[in-house]
Design a protein around this ligand. Structure first.
Ligand code: WT7
Length: 625
């Protein structure tokens, strides 16, 4: 693991907020409280905290105890009295090339108006609201409007199917659903309203749907239940005056569903105060946001990356952000590079799967564009392979832009292992934990492993932007994250550390598969398969894939008497796509007669995987048959 270090250029260091990473890190590791409260002091609080942390009911930690705030006050209101008032908050470009920009003043106004609309439908503090939209400005506005009145947003990614949306609406008990008539994906319309209707029709909760007109397709609007966003925003109820509700630092801000080891996705809950401090600090230092920067996180607002680093982190920093609606290679493989050139993007944050996907088209596409505005690059979602790292660094960044390989999770709220602009890099390593974050790598008995050895990645101290619980399931929060090593947060990833103290994350050790950076549980795919009448039993595993990182392979035992045909394989693939979402479609469906199981009946996925890879399955002493 000893290898060439990539040192940051003078240009990058000169600009960096933090020039001496080691110094900051040493003091923050020694006294996280001092570090975090110092950062919290840079934000506005309606009332300051009495105490930094309350750990009396661990692992249900509380931060900034007794403080009052509202994250949207710091995202919007504070900018109205500074030069940021007229600054662009977002530049938005559609897949077709339409463009629009929104100033902080205008964003504050739109959010206030929509907050009043939500209030007029009876939405109040603590109510959950589901947002199921494409990548449009109104999605950001809807999230902020919920937060402004103290409602809890639950954003469901616009690529999910009826089943997944329905399940999330029911779990969150959302009475209001905000959606779009449709969204564009590679020139085609995705019928979001149709899916929203199907989910709402089956729901025991939804009594209001607010629909943004994006693609102007024919949609069914149910009288009394469904309303057009633009019509509501023209009505007197949508007054532009709506003060941010003053909240407790620990009041919930949002929940976001993510896959775990059981069939049901879990709702990760984040709060106003701690999450605000975490996203503000991490974005400021890692992507080194400056006033004149144009920053582009090319994720979807519907994932945690978008929540933290398209919506909240950038606004807290008063940044100018880019949002692009469409696919990276539409209509041509240089779409992203043309955006970087056109808008003079300085910071680009994306995922390894996108980098590999664009790398495949060769250097000619990026070379056509002037990418010299770039100063920093970022990567997230899965380990980045050194080949993609070097291409990103050399071809996109002209060997001048450090890559911030940020390791974090929906649960952590913010970057946990990450370089900063002044840190020497090694391709494939996120370097070291963020200041104030204490991590380790443990063996199964809880002993730290030696350098170079693989083990379980854990976080040793609570941090402000950590999840507070799984919504509605405190027990699962405790057992899943805090039971293996009492007092330590279990990440579910395996990792190694090298002699320089750099961390190398290897991947998930639990039954979670990362496909193109998206997190999917084997159990979700398996239960989707088993819900098909022809399937008796199923198992899913992740297999290495050049572009996606992992691809899903499935093994299916058919119900007696069903014919194992090629058509049925296709049907099952479609079925999973319909139940979970297109990203969950298996690449391979294989019919088999029995599954390797332990005596207690658990499927031994590693045996299936070893077999598929042509490797030795290792210890199979617990195998039943
Ligand atoms: C899992 C969390 C947090 C934003 C997007 C993913 C993997 C994430 C990296 C990275 C290696 C990474 C881990 C983690 N992961 N970033 N830079 N290097 N692995 O959030 O969907 O909650 O997934 O993504 O396995 O546990 P998520």
């Amino acid at each position: 693991m000893t290898q060439k270090l990539y040192n940051p250029s003078q240009k990058v260091i000169e600009k960096a907020h933090i020039k001496d990473w080691n110094k900051l890190n040493e003091s923050a590791q020694a006294d996280p409280e001092q570090f975090w409260t110092g950062m919290a002091d840079e934000l506005h609080w309606h009332k300051k905290w009495d105490k930094y942390i309350d750990d009396t009911n661990a692992p249900f930690y509380k931060f900034f105890v007794g403080a009052q705030t509202n994250i949207t006050y710091n995202c919007l209101d504070v900018h109205l009295t500074t030069a940021n008032r007229n600054k662009i908050a977002y530049i938005w470009e559609s897949e077709q090339g339409e463009t629009k920009s929104v100033s902080y003043f205008a964003l504050h106004r739109e959010v206030s108006k929509f907050s009043n609309v939500l209030k007029s439908f009876g939405v109040k503090k603590g109510d959950r609201v589901t947002i199921y939209m494409g990548r449009v400005m109104e999605q950001v506005i809807a999230m902020l409007a919920c937060a402004r009145i103290g409602a809890v947003h639950s954003v469901v990614y616009g690529g999910f199917s009826t089943e997944a949306l329905h399940e999330r609406i029911e779990n969150s008990q959302s009475k209001v659903l905000i959606t779009c008539d449709g969204s564009y994906q590679r020139g085609k319309v995705v019928e979001l309203k149709k899916i929203a209707n199907e989910a709402a029709d089956r729901s025991g909760y939804v009594d209001t749907i607010i629909c943004v007109q994006r693609v102007k397709n024919e949609v069914e609007m149910v009288a009394g239940r469904d309303h057009w966003y633009h019509k509501l925003m023209e009505m007197p109820i949508a007054s532009s005056k709506c003060e941010a509700e003053i909240l407790d630092a620990e009041d919930p801000l949002f929940m976001l569903y993510t896959s775990g080891t059981t069939g049901k996705p879990k709702a990760i809950l984040h709060t106003h105060g701690g999450y605000m401090v975490g996203t503000y600090t991490s974005l400021k230092y890692v992507f080194d946001i400056h006033d004149e920067d144009r920053y582009w996180c090319a994720a979807d607002p519907g994932w945690i990356t978008g929540h933290s680093y398209i919506v909240y982190g950038p606004l807290l920093n008063g940044a100018t952000s880019m949002i692009y609606e469409g696919a990276p290679n539409f209509p041509y493989p240089d779409r992203w590079w043309s955006i970087v050139e056109k808008y003079g993007i300085n910071i680009l944050y994306t995922a390894p799967t996108a980098i590999r996907g664009l790398m495949r088209y060769g250097d000619a596409w990026p070379r056509r564009h002037d990418l010299s505005s770039l100063r920093l690059l970022g990567s997230v979602g899965e380990p980045i392979n050194p080949e993609a790292w070097r291409w990103y660094y050399e071809t996109i960044g002209n060997s001048e832009c450090p890559i911030m390989d940020t390791w974090w999770q929906t649960e952590t709220g913010m970057f946990m292992i990450t370089p900063m602009p002044s840190v020497p890099l090694k391709p494939g390593s996120g370097t070291r934990p963020f200041p104030g974050i204490l991590m380790d790598i443990l063996d199964d008995d809880g002993n730290p492993v030696a350098n170079g050895e693989e083990g379980n990645l854990v976080i040793k101290n609570p941090w402000p932007s950590m999840m507070r619980t799984i919504y509605g399931d405190d027990e699962r929060y405790k057992t899943q994250y805090w039971s293996k090593y009492p007092g330590y947060y279990l990440t579910g990833d395996s990792a190694k550390r090298d002699e320089d103290g750099y961390y190398w994350v290897i991947g998930r050790v639990d039954d979670v598969i990362k496909v193109s950076g998206y997190r999917l549980g084997t159990a979700e795919i398996e239960s989707a398969l088993v819900s098909h009448p022809s399937v008796a039993e199923a198992a899913a595993i992740g297999m290495p894939h050049e572009l996606k990182g992992n691809a899903i392979y499935t093994y299916v035992i058919l119900v007696n008497g069903v014919n194992p045909t090629e058509e049925l394989k296709l049907e099952l693939t479609q079925h999973v796509g319909k139940e979970v979402g297109p990203i969950a479609k298996p690449q391979s469906v294989e019919f088999i007669d029995s599954l390797p199981k332990t005596r207690s009946g658990k499927i031994m996925r590693r045996v299936l995987k070893a077999k598929a890879l042509g490797e030795d399955p290792g210890n199979i002493s617990t195998l039943d048959d």
